[in-house]
Design a protein around this ligand. Structure first.
Ligand SMILES: *[C@@H]1O[C@H](CO)[C@@H](O)[C@H](O)[C@H]1NC(C)=O
Ligand SMILES: *[C@@H]1O[C@H](CO)[C@@H](O)[C@H](O)[C@H]1NC(C)=O
Ligand SMILES: *[C@@H]1O[C@H](CO)[C@@H](O)[C@H](O)[C@H]1NC(C)=O
Ligand SMILES: *[C@@H]1O[C@H](CO)[C@@H](O)[C@H](O)[C@H]1NC(C)=O
Length: 460
């Protein structure tokens, strides 16, 4: 497939797509307090406007809508990738590999669009109905405007404004959903606005031996364990780990003094040892992806015993739905554990959700139990890593070797998702293999190509 063919295909996808995404939340701002206005007509328009708001509300964000939103983002990303590829088209192997990845992505998007096509009829019907309603509203407003200009010239200006709003409203309907509102401040933190740092940037005692690993503090420590830090390196093939190293303070960790090692098993890998880097410590237990399965492992640091709970059968594991970007895949990152003010969550993707991210609350009982679950439109392979703050999931993506961007959020309270966050993280190494938020100090803990870092989250 040549580049020009890809462009044509993209344009076709776009055309098909814009036909299917019409009919999102539409709030038409109608205000007119002039007493000379014919009230009945205005009432009619207002009623229609209310209907418009009533029929298309955020509650109508069905699974289908979510899928469409996710697809839109993927198409946008493919377009960006094609532009990158064009710039780098020096006929070398990287270019060929990249082109193949884009081709596969396009094939997959086409396949999804095909599936969508059969189920969007009601949706389209709704869009057409709403567009007609808006048309009527506009006509009514034009009439009102005439009436107005005969009576009071002053109100003409206001009518123009309303007309403009209606046009804008229509355009939005034609284009895409308006971005959801900013998640409200919770946990007394205010709104997250930026990421400062790095604050800490250091190698561990293992120097550059292990590019995959994880570290941090227990988000809910036992009394006396508040200052402890843990470190896990995936010492076998950059995929598998079998022990947890702990230090009594940050400085002993940075200097590599006096560690305590706790082994899950003497062999590595074996049943219920660690697979992939995105684990967390909570309540003196380590939560991670169990070796070679789609289960959550809970390793009790006191009793050294493992309890497990299985995720849905079609959950990706063994690098089926890893974190990735165009240039690289973060192998065996199918499962990502996160901690926030309310406990532990597991982030994963399933075939039935088209490889898009799913969030499940992990109750930290023994054995652990999966509780509430949220499906998102976020395609997992376009993400580097995720973390949660106050019940809101944030996702980062690779921009270049120096910059990572927090671009996405999903609020588990309101189910609102956004793709327009624009918070940069200044990287010291190219890749981020592990990232997690510590609700105790509001720092992000990062493991990046054998280096350990912290960043400070800034709240408004
Ligand atoms: C969608 O389905 C209709 C018939 O149901 C068909 O005419 C149309 O070509 C399909 N569009 C795509 C993009 O598959
Ligand atoms: C919206 O789309 C319809 C048909 O696709 C088109 O006729 C109309 O001009 C568009 N309206 C705007 C405001 O872009
Ligand atoms: C770990 O084991 C200890 C001792 O039996 C127990 O008190 C604690 O609740 C266990 N932790 C978890 C998370 O099950
Ligand atoms: C599941 O979550 C709900 C809401 O937070 C909570 O009330 C319930 O106790 C949880 N279930 C388990 C098994 O922990």
């Amino acid at each position: 497939m040549s580049l020009s063919n890809i462009f044509i295909l993209l344009i076709l996808i776009h055309l098909t797509f814009t036909q299917t995404v019409r009919g999102k939340d539409c709030v038409c701002d109608l205000k007119n307090s002039d007493p000379a206005f014919p009230e009945k007509k205005l009432k009619n328009v207002e009623t229609t406007a209310l209907q418009c708001i009533g029929t298309i509300t955020p509650e109508m964000m069905t699974d289908l809508d979510r899928l469409v939103l996710g697809l839109q983002q993927r198409i946008k990303q493919v377009e960006e990738n094609v532009i990158v590829l064009e710039k780098e088209d020096d006929r070398n192997l990287y270019g060929a590999v990249t082109l193949r990845i884009i081709e596969l992505e396009i094939a997959e998007i086409q396949d999804l669009l095909h599936k969508l096509n059969s189920t969007t009829r009601n949706y389209r019907h709704l869009s057409v109905q709403t567009a007609a309603q808006l048309e009527d509203m506009k006509d009514a407003m034009v009439e009102l405007e005439k009436f107005d200009s005969m009576q009071v010239i002053k109100t003409n200006r206001e009518n123009q404004r309303v007309k403009r709003s209606l046009e804008q409203c229509k355009e939005e309907l034609n284009a895409t959903a308006a971005p959801p509102t900013v998640p409200p401040a919770r946990c007394g933190l205010g709104r997250m606005v930026s990421v400062a740092g790095p604050r800490i940037y250091s190698l561990t005692v293992y120097s550059t031996s292990y590019t995959y690993g994880a570290w941090g503090r227990d988000a809910n420590p036992a009394p006396g364990g508040e200052n402890k830090y843990w470190l896990v390196v995936l010492s076998s093939s950059n995929v598998y780990g079998n022990f947890i190293r702990q230090y009594s303070t940050l400085s002993t960790l940075l200097l590599g003094i006096g560690p305590t090692d706790t082994y899950i098993s003497s062999s590595n890998p074996t049943t219920n040892t660690i697979q992939g880097p995105n684990m967390v410590m909570y309540g003196n237990a380590l939560y991670y992806n169990c070796y070679n399965t789609y289960s959550v492992c809970q390793f009790n640091m006191t009793t050294r015993s493992v309890s497990t709970v299985a995720l849905p059968k079609d959950t990706g594991y063994n690098s089926k739905f890893p974190f990735a970007h165009l240039g690289a895949t973060y192998t065996y990152t199918d499962m990502d554990f996160t901690t926030d003010e309310s406990g532990v969550y597991v982030i994963y993707a399933t075939t039935s959700n088209f490889g898009n991210v799913i969030i499940s609350k992990v109750e930290t009982s023994n054995p652990p139990v999966l509780n509430q679950t949220w499906s998102t439109s976020l395609y997992k392979r376009t993400v580097t890593n995720t973390f949660m703050v106050c019940g809101v999931l944030y996702a980062t993506r690779y921009l270049d070797k120096d910059t990572e961007e927090i671009f996405y959020s999903y609020d588990t309270k309101t189910k609102e998702e956004r793709y327009d966050l624009n918070m940069k993280i200044k990287k010291m190494q190219t890749n981020i293999e592990f990232l997690n938020y510590d609700p105790r100090d509001h720092l992000l803990y990062v493991y990046s190509d054998a280096f350990i870092l912290t960043y400070e989250l800034i709240f408004q």
